[in-house]
Design a protein around this ligand. Structure first.
Ligand SMILES: [Ca+2]
Length: 371
């Protein structure tokens, strides 16, 4: 561990000691509202210059909660390239694919690629799942979490507030049903915020998340998908929250696989963000080729931002989803009542179909607007 990591670890520890261990009342509820407003202003300025078809009212206010992570990085760039549709107000990070000190650092590196170092705040959140030990996917995403691309020292620091405190602050002050949460990692930050301040659910328009598997088998165990498996207790809190949820599961990720033929037009963009995305996708395909002998990789997190940008590319069904939190062999399984046997009320829209060619065309078009 180098000096940078040690510093990050100590900072993460201090934040946790100040925040989660002591409860919401001890969290610094300082004036983030002004920080968010400044970020929103900057984002609006960006969109005005780069997005001619800006339509007022159609633009969603979004917070991206993530664990970058190769596919998170592409998902973030996809969202930032769609500033006519999405007002990305902040990135909150959580432990998942790699430990928190790396996910928050990687989020700051990705915003640098998009030249949003000053106008897009990054907050670090929970360093471990609610009750379980952290399981990472460093075998897939590499030791840094962003295997396949050169990494620089981030240009700007974290915003010094716990991500959960930021979520509570922001959602409390938000107009009713106004903020979309795009969740791309384990749901620990969201569950902690909902538990500490249940009233903040009122500020949320929708949660659009990547996670789960039903028609496809799991990817971390035979039964479970990684994001849900890492923190099933958190996932159950979120799915029981009553907030509208759209799920982009493995079922749809495998229907828009990354292939060399789909990487080529993105690489041909020639800009920094297109090249980074292409290099990451190539690393994902190389990993799958080594592991399974096939030259394609599932497209995970970008499906969630893709849904926010072009919902007409996706199809799904309103269903009841429960999370297995005690199973001996099925921990973290998403139990989807596709046929309505249970009589339980639908609590999510489960996406199963995507227009894959349309999706990659949209991704390329959005990456093209970035530096
Ligand atoms: Ca992720």
């Amino acid at each position: 561990m180098n000096a940078f990591d040690q510093t990050q670890d100590r900072r993460a520890f201090l934040r946790t000691a100040m925040g989660l261990a002591a409860g919401a009342s001890a969290w610094p509820m300082l004036a983030t509202a002004s920080g968010v407003a400044a970020a929103a202003d900057a984002a609006t300025g960006t969109s005005a210059s780069s997005a001619p078809a800006l339509q007022s009212g159609a633009r969603r206010s979004v917070i991206i909660d993530c664990d970058p992570g190769q596919d998170d990085a592409i998902a973030i760039l996809f969202a930032l390239g769609a500033s006519d549709r999405l007002d990305v107000r902040a990135i909150t990070t959580v432990a998942g694919n790699v430990p928190l000190n790396l996910t928050e650092r990687n989020a700051r590196i990705v915003r640098d690629w998009a030249e949003r170092s000053q106008s897009l705040p990054v907050y670090a959140g929970c360093p471990r799942p609610l009750t379980r030990e952290l399981i990472t996917a460093a075998n897939v995403h590499g030791k840094t979490g962003l295997e396949g691309v050169p990494l620089h020292e981030p240009l700007a620091p974290l915003t010094p507030q716990h991500a959960v405190a930021f979520l509570i602050d922001t959602l409390r002050g938000a107009p009713t049903h106004s903020v979309t949460l795009c969740a791309l990692g384990p749901l620990t930050n969201l569950a902690t915020a909902f538990t500490e301040a249940p009233e903040i659910r009122n500020g949320i328009r929708e949660i659009v998340l990547m996670g789960g598997a039903f028609f496809e088998r799991g990817n971390i165990t035979p039964a479970a998908e990684f994001n849900i498996y890492v923190d099933p207790q958190a996932a159950q809190v979120v799915f029981a929250s009553g907030v509208p949820i759209v799920v982009l599961p493995r079922d749809v990720a495998v229907k828009a696989p990354i292939t060399p033929a789909r990487i080529a037009p993105i690489r041909a963009l020639g800009n920094r963000c297109g090249t980074m995305a292409a290099d990451i996708m190539a690393a994902e395909v190389a990993y799958q080729k080594g592991r399974r002998g096939v030259e394609e990789a599932p497209m995970y997190d970008p499906c969630a931002t893709g849904y926010l940008i072009e919902p007409s590319l996706f199809k799904g069904r309103e269903v009841n989803v429960m999370i297995e939190t005690i199973g001996e062999w099925t921990l973290g399984e998403t139990v989807v009542d596709w046929s309505g046997h249970s009589g339980r009320k639908p609590n999510a829209t489960w996406i199963t179909e995507v227009d894959a060619d349309g999706f990659y065309a949209a991704l390329r078009a959005r990456l093209a607007t970035l530096p």
